[in-house]
Design a protein around this ligand. Structure first.
Ligand SMILES: [Zn+2]
Length: 174
Protein backbone atom coordinates (compact mmCIF):
# COMPACT_ATOMS: atom_id res chain seq x y z
CA UNK A 1 0.00 0.00 0.00
CA UNK A 2 1.28 3.45 -0.83
CA UNK A 3 2.08 6.08 1.73
CA UNK A 4 0.91 9.66 1.62
CA UNK A 5 1.75 12.93 3.25
CA UNK A 6 -1.33 14.83 4.28
CA UNK A 7 -1.04 18.58 4.53
CA UNK A 8 2.55 18.58 5.78
CA UNK A 9 5.64 16.64 4.75
CA UNK A 10 7.07 14.30 7.36
CA UNK A 11 4.37 12.09 8.77
CA UNK A 12 3.26 9.47 6.31
CA UNK A 13 0.01 7.60 6.33
CA UNK A 14 -1.24 4.51 4.56
CA UNK A 15 -3.15 5.79 1.59
CA UNK A 16 -6.34 4.12 2.76
CA UNK A 17 -6.62 6.88 5.38
CA UNK A 18 -7.95 8.84 2.43
CA UNK A 19 -11.28 8.06 0.86
CA UNK A 20 -11.87 7.93 -2.88
CA UNK A 21 -12.55 11.64 -2.94
CA UNK A 22 -9.03 12.31 -1.65
CA UNK A 23 -10.25 13.49 1.69
CA UNK A 24 -9.48 12.05 5.08
CA UNK A 25 -11.92 9.29 5.98
CA UNK A 26 -14.27 9.66 8.96
CA UNK A 27 -12.31 9.47 12.18
CA UNK A 28 -14.42 6.62 13.49
CA UNK A 29 -13.21 4.36 10.66
CA UNK A 30 -9.51 4.82 11.43
CA UNK A 31 -7.07 2.92 13.56
CA UNK A 32 -6.62 4.78 16.87
CA UNK A 33 -3.02 5.80 16.18
CA UNK A 34 -3.94 7.19 12.74
CA UNK A 35 -6.84 9.04 14.30
CA UNK A 36 -4.62 10.57 16.92
CA UNK A 37 -2.04 11.66 14.37
CA UNK A 38 -4.71 13.07 12.04
CA UNK A 39 -6.18 15.16 14.85
CA UNK A 40 -2.79 16.51 15.83
CA UNK A 41 -2.09 17.20 12.18
CA UNK A 42 -5.39 19.03 11.72
CA UNK A 43 -4.45 21.24 14.64
CA UNK A 44 -0.84 21.87 13.61
CA UNK A 45 -1.29 22.29 9.87
CA UNK A 46 -2.46 25.86 10.38
CA UNK A 47 0.30 26.73 12.87
CA UNK A 48 3.38 28.80 12.16
CA UNK A 49 6.75 27.06 12.17
CA UNK A 50 7.81 26.38 15.77
CA UNK A 51 11.27 27.86 15.29
CA UNK A 52 9.91 31.02 13.63
CA UNK A 53 7.45 31.39 16.47
CA UNK A 54 10.21 31.01 19.05
CA UNK A 55 12.24 33.66 17.22
CA UNK A 56 9.48 36.20 16.63
CA UNK A 57 6.92 35.50 19.31
CA UNK A 58 3.21 36.19 19.22
CA UNK A 59 3.79 39.91 18.71
CA UNK A 60 5.26 39.36 15.27
CA UNK A 61 3.31 36.28 14.32
CA UNK A 62 2.92 37.66 10.79
CA UNK A 63 6.68 37.31 10.27
CA UNK A 64 6.52 33.58 10.86
CA UNK A 65 6.51 31.13 7.99
CA UNK A 66 3.76 28.55 7.84
CA UNK A 67 4.55 24.99 8.85
CA UNK A 68 5.56 22.74 5.97
CA UNK A 69 6.89 19.65 7.68
CA UNK A 70 6.15 17.75 10.88
CA UNK A 71 8.50 15.51 12.89
CA UNK A 72 8.22 13.61 16.14
CA UNK A 73 5.42 11.79 17.91
CA UNK A 74 1.89 13.18 18.38
CA UNK A 75 1.98 15.33 21.49
CA UNK A 76 5.73 15.86 21.19
CA UNK A 77 5.75 16.93 17.57
CA UNK A 78 7.62 19.79 15.97
CA UNK A 79 6.43 21.69 12.89
CA UNK A 80 8.89 23.60 10.76
CA UNK A 81 9.14 25.77 7.67
CA UNK A 82 11.62 24.81 4.97
CA UNK A 83 14.07 27.45 6.21
CA UNK A 84 14.19 25.91 9.69
CA UNK A 85 14.02 22.27 8.70
CA UNK A 86 17.84 22.01 8.39
CA UNK A 87 18.16 23.29 11.97
CA UNK A 88 15.97 20.47 13.19
CA UNK A 89 17.80 17.85 11.12
CA UNK A 90 21.16 19.13 12.35
CA UNK A 91 19.96 19.04 15.96
CA UNK A 92 18.57 15.56 15.52
CA UNK A 93 21.60 14.09 13.80
CA UNK A 94 24.57 16.00 15.12
CA UNK A 95 23.57 17.69 18.34
CA UNK A 96 22.03 14.96 20.45
CA UNK A 97 18.44 15.19 19.25
CA UNK A 98 18.25 11.53 18.25
CA UNK A 99 18.20 10.49 21.88
CA UNK A 100 14.67 11.90 21.93
CA UNK A 101 13.48 9.77 19.02
CA UNK A 102 10.05 8.38 19.90
CA UNK A 103 9.93 10.52 23.02
CA UNK A 104 7.41 13.28 23.77
CA UNK A 105 10.25 15.29 25.26
CA UNK A 106 11.54 15.87 21.75
CA UNK A 107 9.46 19.00 21.30
CA UNK A 108 10.68 20.71 24.48
CA UNK A 109 14.26 19.65 23.92
CA UNK A 110 14.33 21.04 20.39
CA UNK A 111 12.57 24.23 21.42
CA UNK A 112 15.12 24.77 24.18
CA UNK A 113 17.97 24.27 21.73
CA UNK A 114 16.47 26.97 19.47
CA UNK A 115 15.78 29.31 22.38
CA UNK A 116 19.40 28.87 23.48
CA UNK A 117 20.40 30.30 20.11
CA UNK A 118 21.71 27.19 18.39
CA UNK A 119 21.27 26.69 14.67
CA UNK A 120 22.62 24.42 11.97
CA UNK A 121 25.93 25.61 10.52
CA UNK A 122 25.62 27.85 7.47
CA UNK A 123 24.98 25.74 4.39
CA UNK A 124 23.86 22.62 6.24
CA UNK A 125 21.57 21.04 3.72
CA UNK A 126 19.82 18.46 5.75
CA UNK A 127 18.29 16.25 3.15
CA UNK A 128 17.81 16.62 -0.53
CA UNK A 129 14.11 16.69 -0.84
CA UNK A 130 13.20 13.19 -1.74
CA UNK A 131 9.64 14.00 -2.50
CA UNK A 132 9.72 11.78 -5.56
CA UNK A 133 8.91 8.76 -3.48
CA UNK A 134 7.58 6.14 -5.91
CA UNK A 135 5.12 4.87 -3.33
CA UNK A 136 3.48 8.20 -2.65
CA UNK A 137 0.35 9.24 -4.46
CA UNK A 138 1.12 11.59 -7.34
CA UNK A 139 -1.70 13.87 -6.44
CA UNK A 140 -1.90 13.79 -2.70
CA UNK A 141 -4.40 16.47 -1.85
CA UNK A 142 -3.30 19.77 -0.47
CA UNK A 143 -3.88 20.73 3.10
CA UNK A 144 -7.14 22.61 2.78
CA UNK A 145 -8.65 19.95 0.56
CA UNK A 146 -7.55 16.93 2.50
CA UNK A 147 -8.23 17.81 6.07
CA UNK A 148 -11.81 18.65 6.80
CA UNK A 149 -12.97 20.39 9.91
CA UNK A 150 -13.64 17.72 12.47
CA UNK A 151 -15.99 19.84 14.54
CA UNK A 152 -19.18 18.15 13.39
CA UNK A 153 -17.78 14.70 13.66
CA UNK A 154 -16.47 15.27 17.16
CA UNK A 155 -19.75 16.80 18.21
CA UNK A 156 -21.49 13.58 17.24
CA UNK A 157 -19.15 11.28 19.12
CA UNK A 158 -20.07 9.90 22.50
CA UNK A 159 -17.90 9.98 25.60
CA UNK A 160 -16.17 6.66 25.04
CA UNK A 161 -15.20 7.60 21.49
CA UNK A 162 -13.76 10.85 22.72
CA UNK A 163 -11.75 9.13 25.40
CA UNK A 164 -10.39 6.74 22.82
CA UNK A 165 -9.10 9.62 20.76
CA UNK A 166 -6.92 10.70 23.64
CA UNK A 167 -5.97 14.16 22.48
CA UNK A 168 -6.53 17.45 24.15
CA UNK A 169 -9.67 18.74 22.46
CA UNK A 170 -9.14 22.18 23.88
CA UNK A 171 -6.35 22.52 21.35
CA UNK A 172 -8.67 21.80 18.46
CA UNK A 173 -10.92 24.83 18.61
CA UNK A 174 -14.07 22.72 18.76
ZN1 LIG B 1 10.64 28.74 10.47
Amino acid sequence: MGKVNIGLRGWRFDEDVLGEDGRVRPLATMEPEDRQRILVLADRVVDPCDACWLEYGDDKIAECNVAEVIYGEPGGEVVLCSAHEPDFLYWFREAGGSEYAGDLELQDAFHQWIVDGHRAPEGYEGLEHVDEDPTSLPDAPDRSEAIPGFEEEIAEMDESDLEAIDVDLDDLDV
